[in-house]
Ligand binder design. Structure first.
Ligand code: NAD
Ligand code: AKB
Length: 322
């Protein structure tokens, strides 16, 4: 590969792991990480890092021209809970940002990866076995920007031939960079709190079942989809992908198999609970499996074991005990 890759929002939960994988695959010099935060200290992120605000067309153009970028993995966004707190900012970052990225991709012939979300679904969508092609009427600003984003990516492909691709991720669980303010963040927090404090105060009801995925599977999905020959893709920008689903009570029970005295208190946040209540319990991802061979590796038991192994070995206190 001669042309380089640009990752926007690269210091976030997904980007901080995706950049490392892409650099291992394509070479250190081939991947430019960018964000509106600066990377902490020296290290692999500080090399090959560019400050890029995705809402700034000139900054995007400059970095794409300077580094001869051939593909943009556009991860910069506000997540569901933060987007409900700041809907105007969410529109600017999630919609204006994507629009500028697509414009630059059109001008410079770049491919684009755009991560959509289970946030595209709403109260009218079937919550179990949620189909690939179904009603998309979300009730959150996050969901509105994700539905519009999927459509905009489709449009740039059909109208301008920009090679846009994307998936609808469920909640992602990882032990690296902390999640950025979503509804499914409870699952990540629960692991950290279990290891550090043996107790956790959960902001969702104990029986709130949601689709989830471990980060290594999410990274595998991105890399596999982007490597798929274009003629195999029909859906392009909005593939349902999932790996597992569980409730907070079920996750706590699985953690208790390793930490028997772990306790959870449920104190519901009505805003995030209302969001969770409109999201799928289990998506149907057969289209992704058929079109590009999607297949997750982790189930709840293997994810839990791996998370606890990592967190026990590198304990950092980033959570507040109840
Ligand atoms: P995150 O919140 O952890 O990271 C987002 C990054 O974007 C942050 O580092 C932030 O500094 C940066 N950013 C914010 N505004 C910016 C701007 N104007 N210009 C450039 N950078 C900016 O998010 P994430 O979890 O890594 O998610 C990445 C993408 O994947 C988002 O589009 C998100 O909606 C999507 N997604 C994530 C999940 C999940 O569970 N993490 C699930 C579904 C979809
Ligand atoms: C969020 O909760 O906002 C994200 C997502 C599922 O899109 N984790």
């Amino acid at each position: 590969m001669n042309k380089k890759i640009l990752v926007t929002g690269a210091l976030g939960q997904i980007g901080s792991e995706l950049v490392l994988t892409l650099r291992r695959k394509w070479g250190e010099q081939q991947v430019i990480a960018s964000d509106i935060r600066m990377p902490p200290g020296a290290g692999s992120f500080a090399d090959g890092f560019a400050y890029v605000d995705c809402t700034n067309l000139n900054q995007l153009r400059d970095v794409v021209r300077k580094h001869d970028i051939g593909a943009i993995y556009h991860l910069a966004a506000l997540l569901s809970a933060v987007a409900e707190e700041k809907p105007h900012v969410a529109w600017q970052v999630n919609m204006d940002g994507l629009y500028q990225v697509l414009e630059v991709a059109r001008e410079y012939g770049c491919a684009v990866f755009f991560p959509s979300s289970i946030g595209v679904f709403g109260p009218g969508t079937p919550r179990r076995n949620t189909p690939q092609d179904t009603l998309l009427r979300p009730t959150t600003m996050y969901g509105v920007t994700k539905v519009a984003g999927e459509l905009l990516c489709d449009y740039y492909w059909s109208r301008f031939g920009v090679d846009t691709r994307g998936v609808r991720f469920p909640g992602l669980i990882s032990h690296g960079a902390p999640p950025g303010g979503g509804t499914t963040d409870y699952a990540v927090e629960m692991f950290h709190s279990a290891v550090q404090h043996r107790r956790y105060r959960c902001f969702l009801r104990g029986d709130s079942r949601l689709d989830m995925m471990y980060m290594p599977d999410a990274i595998k999905a991105v890399v596999t989809l982007m490597a798929t020959p274009v003629e195999k893709l029909v859906h392009r920008n909005a593939f349902n992908v999932t790996a597992l689903n569980f409730t907070p009570e079920e996750l706590a029970a699985e953690i208790r198999r390793h930490i028997p005295d772990f306790e959870v208190e449920y104190r519901v946040d009505p805003v995030r609970q209302a969001i969770a209540d409109t999201w799928p319990e289990s998506m149907d991802d057969r289209v992704a499996r058929a079109e590009w061979g999607w297949q997750p590796d982790y189930d709840l038991a293997t994810l839990t074991q791996d998370m606890l192994d990592h967190l026990s070995n590198h304990s950092t206190d980033r959570t507040t005990p109840i």
